[in-house]
Design a protein around this ligand. Structure first.
Ligand SMILES: [Zn+2]
Length: 70
C-alpha cells in the first residue's frame, strides 16, 4: 500500500511508519512549559503495558515527521 504523499517542506516522498512511544507526547505553544500537565495538550497518551504505535509519515531528506493524534 503506497500512496505518494510528499513532504510539504522539500517535496521528497514521505515514508509511512509509526511513532513508537511508551511515554506521553505533548504539545505546547509555549517554550516555557516545564511540567507535563502545565496546560499542554496530550497528543499521544501514556501506554502502561505496551508501546503505543501512532501512524506517521517521515521525510528522510529534511527530517520532518508528521502524525495525526486523536
Ligand atoms: Zn522534507
Amino acid at each position: 500500500m503506497h500512496d505518494s504523499k510528499s513532504c510539504p517542506e522539500c517535496n521528497h516522498p514521505l515514508k509511512h511508519g509509526y511513532i513508537i512511544s511508551s511515554r506521553r507526547i505533548s504539545w505546547s505553544e509555549s517554550s516555557e512549559t516545564v511540567w507535563a500537565d502545565d496546560g499542554s495538550e496530550v497528543l499521544i497518551k501514556d501506554a502502561w503495558f505496551k508501546l503505543k504505535k501512532t501512524p506517521a509519515l517521515k521525510c528522510e531528506a529534511c527530517h520532518l515527521v508528521m502524525f495525526k493524534h486523536n
